[in-house]
Design a binder for this molecule. Structure first.
Ligand SMILES: Nc1ncnc2c1ncn2[C@@H]1O[C@H](COP(=O)(O)OP(=O)(O)OP(=O)(O)O)[C@@H](O)[C@H]1O
Ligand SMILES: [Mg+2]
Length: 238
């Protein structure tokens, strides 16, 4: 297994953000993570990447128990992540952003891989431009994914990277993403609200609601599941 969560719970004070969640992800697997706002999706990513600690349970990545493992070591084991809000490093060019991410994630530099990422993300023509000021929204998102790819991940976690894009933009972005995923052989775990995108891209989908894992299956199965439908319509919010 690539990633295993074993009865993971994350609490903030009295709030249970992730509640007793268990699942396993194989190498190269593509999985969607969905659920209403506040369901615990980002917190689940945080507990894998090292920004949050489980109060109970265990996260294992390629046979490494990640309890107590710092963020940079998780990156070096192969956990890559792109954030909900793009976070380019200011006053650095697009290429420099990728170089810094690569050094952080791998401890060395590999200019060929950087060129390949620039190519795949279609950012080559902006490589020497300032990352914070000269990119359109789609390009900022492409850079966010590029930075994650620069860390040489075995697992790429994407948190709502498609947010704010139109349908055609989303489709184009998914195409790019799939090309990159296949080229570099990474598993993908993606949070996305758009059900069409998830259904088209992810053979397996997890659904969180109030921190609990309420469904795990094919898009057909989970989006027909009455409990999932209720969670989206707010039927069990009381
Ligand atoms: N650092 C924190 N301190 C306190 N509460 C937090 C913290 N981070 C998240 N929470 C709470 O934990 C719950 C889960 O939040 P989380 O951000 O993981 O949800 P989400 O599924 O990513 O939501 P969204 O779809 O809006 O991004 C929410 O109730 C949120 O307010
Ligand atoms: Mg979130």
């Amino acid at each position: 297994m690539l990633l295993t969560l074993d009865h993971v719970t994350v609490t903030f004070g009295g709030l249970v953000a992730v509640s007793d969640v268990s699942f396993a992800l194989k190498e190269h697997e593509v999985m969607g993570l969905v659920g209403p706002n506040g369901a615990g999706k980002t917190t689940l990513f945080n507990v894998v990447s090292g920004l949050a600690r489980p109060s109970k349970g265990k996260v294992t990545f390629l046979d490494h128990d990640l309890t107590g493992t710092p963020i940079y070591k998780r990156a070096r084991l192969g956990i890559g992540r792109a954030f909900q809000v793009p976070q380019p490093m200011h006053e650095l060019t697009v290429r420099e952003n990728l170089i810094v991410a690569q050094r952080f994630g791998t401890g060395h530099s590999d200019p060929e891989r950087i060129d390949e990422i620039l190519d795949l993300t279609q950012l080559g023509h902006k490589a020497n431009r300032d990352a914070a000021t000269s990119l359109a929204l789609t390009e900022q998102k492409a850079l966010e994914v590029g930075k994650a790819l620069a860390t040489s991940p075995k697992l790429l976690m994407l948190d709502e990277v498609l947010g704010g894009l139109e349908t055609t933009g989303k489709r184009a972005f998914m195409k790019t993403l799939n090309a990159a995923r296949e080229r570099f052989g990474v598993a993908l775990l993606m949070v996305e609200h758009d059900i069409e995108t998830i259904s088209n891209s992810c053979p397996r989908v997890l659904v969180l609601n109030f921190g609990k894992l309420i469904a795990d299956g094919s898009p057909d199965e989970v989006f027909r599941n009455p409990e999932v439908i209720r969670s989206y319509t707010g039927g069990d919010a009381a």
